[in-house]
Design a protein around this ligand. Structure first.
Ligand code: FAD
Length: 453
């Protein structure tokens, strides 16, 4: 009987386990994770801290009991310390500190990512947090309850920083957001980021861009954050949200090759260079469907899909290939949602396309029906071929932003031309859209070209 061992019990690891069991029920599947929260949605951490999710147990995609019912063995609070690919054994440390060897026929590494620290000194002070694991969430919650801070500074204006700004606002804190670059949320174009910035400011968040924090110290019972060009600010709580890096040291010490940004190199079957060893999720590289090359895009959506592919290939002869990511993502910031898919102008240019981006602003639905709101769309296409390359949308959270970005992600997946978007038979009722959906209006502007940026 094949023994499949999976290191990591989150999105990638559990997806792999479920798929392997589905295809080859006779496989002995064991999932090892170093905490006690298998298959928890860490994407939900900000929404527990905001108070919108009242019971943390509900953050579980499925419970440990659900997983065990699928005949998957879970080893909670076990840390994989080393892998020997020659003998096909993994050294595990159990909760009592005992070390033992575990044999495998096939191994999947899904060890995820860890929070980056950008070299900031003083992260060990009380009141300074990062947010990646359930234990981080419990630590922030305990501090909020015990210390009742009135102010928070968030270092990093990426999507986690923005979600946490929203969360702390909901908890009644005065929030300051600091970002190193000139614009927050650098995954979208500056004009959209500027609208988000105004939204945060409208809700009382103090946003400062162009400042990098280098050191945190304690002064008179408060945290002092100091940074570039003499910048200094005091607060009671500091959240460092400056990105993630792949957790790939275990794989690397076993001889796995690392690639982009230190992530584990994988082919499209999610196989590493080591025999019988696969990797998936935030610890691994991500094949990009448009770039036709590996990149690093750590997202829960991708981790699920890569885990599924790794699980399938580990137990069958099927040789399925990861179809590729487009980096599709959405984030809600106060009353707005912003989303993107595919490539932006500069990214497309760097990839050798001849891109053109148009920008339109229109109503999300027929304006005679109450509560119509303004929707911003940016569409990027290749002038040489007419192929749709990318899109960014920003609108009110009721404006179906994610539905619309998903239409465009589907179109890009199928290599559609921008012009073909007008042919799509999209739904219409006045409270939700227009006879030409805004996505089609943007496509028509792109095709006319003369209104291009
Ligand atoms: C606050 C926050 C919000 C997010 N929001 C979104 C979102 O809205 N949309 C989206 O698509 N993505 C989002 N993400 C990203 C998403 O959560 C990750 O891409 C996803 O969790 C990656 O899954 P993974 O299985 O690869 O790794 P992880 O979730 O990082 O899990 C790694 C697993 O490996 C285990 N492990 C690590 N090392 C060892 C070891 N040596 N031994 C044993 N076990 C080990 C860990 O215990 C864990 O079980 C968010 C992330 C955060 C932190």
């Amino acid at each position: 009987m094949t023994k499949l061992l999976i290191i990591g019990g989150s999105d990638a690891g559990i997806s792999a386990a479920l798929r392997a069991k589905e295809l080859a029920p006779e496989t002995e599947v064991t999932v090892v994770l170093r905490d006690q929260y298998p298959n928890f949605s860490i994407c939900g951490l900000p929404f527990y801290l905001s108070g919108e999710v009242s019971d943390w147990h509900n953050l579980a995609h499925r419970t440990a009991e659900d997983i065990s019912k699928k005949d998957i063995e879970l080893l909670l609070n076990h840390t994989a310390e080393s892998i020997n690919p020659d003998t096909r054994q993994v050294t595990l440390r159990d909760p009592q500190g005992e070390v033992r060897l575990r044999a495998y026929d096939e191994l999947i590494i899904g060890t995820g990512a860890v929070s980056a620290d950008a070299g900031i000194e003083g992260l060990d002070h009380k009141g300074v947090f990062t947010l990646r694991w359930m234990k981080d969430m419990f630590a922030v919650e305990a501090y909020l309850e015990a210390e009742q801070p009135r102010s928070a500074v968030i270092v990093g204006g990426g999507y986690i920083g923005l979600e946490m700004a929203d969360a702390f606002l909901r908890r009644g804190l005065h929030v300051r957001l600091l970002e190193y670059t000139d614009s927050i949320l650098t995954t979208v174009d500056p004009p959209l980021a500027e609208i988000l910035r105004r939204e945060l400011e409208r809700h009382g968040v103090q946003v400062t861009t162009g400042v990098g924090i280098t050191e945190i110290s304690e002064e008179e019972g408060r945290l002092l954050l100091e940074g570039t060009e003499g910048f200094a600010t005091a607060t009671q709580l500091a959240l460092i949200a400056v990105g993630v890096r792949p957790n790939a040291t275990l794989a690397a010490s076993a001889g796995a090759k690392l690639g982009i940004r230190g992530a584990i190199q994988v082919d499209r079957k999610m196989a590493t260079n080591l025999p019988h060893v696969y990797a998936a999720g935030d610890c691994a590289e991500t094949y990009h469907r448009l770039l036709e090359a590996n990149t690093y895009i750590p997202l829960g959506t991708t981790a699920h899909k890569q885990g599924r592919v790794a699980g399938e290939n580990a137990v069958s002869e099927a040789s399925v290939r990861f179809p590729g990511s487009l980096g599709t993502q959405a984030v809600k910031v106060c009353d707005l949602v912003v989303a993107r898919t595919g490539l932006r102008q500069k990214e497309a240019q760097a990839a050798g396309y001849l891109p053109l981006t148009v920008d339109i602003e229109t109503w999300d639905h027929k304006v005679y029906y109450p509560e119509a709101t303004r929707l911003h769309l940016r569409l990027t296409g290749d002038q040489a071929t007419g192929q749709l390359l990318g899109a960014q949308i920003l609108g009110h959270q009721t404006a179906e932003v994610s539905k619309r970005i998903d239409i465009l992600a589907t179109a890009i997946y199928h290599h559609m031309l921008v012009d073909e978007l007008s042919d799509l038979d999209l739904s219409y009722t006045p409270p939700l859209s227009s006879p030409w959906d805004p996505v089609q209006m943007a496509a028509q502007v792109w095709v006319r070209r003369d209104e291009a940026l």
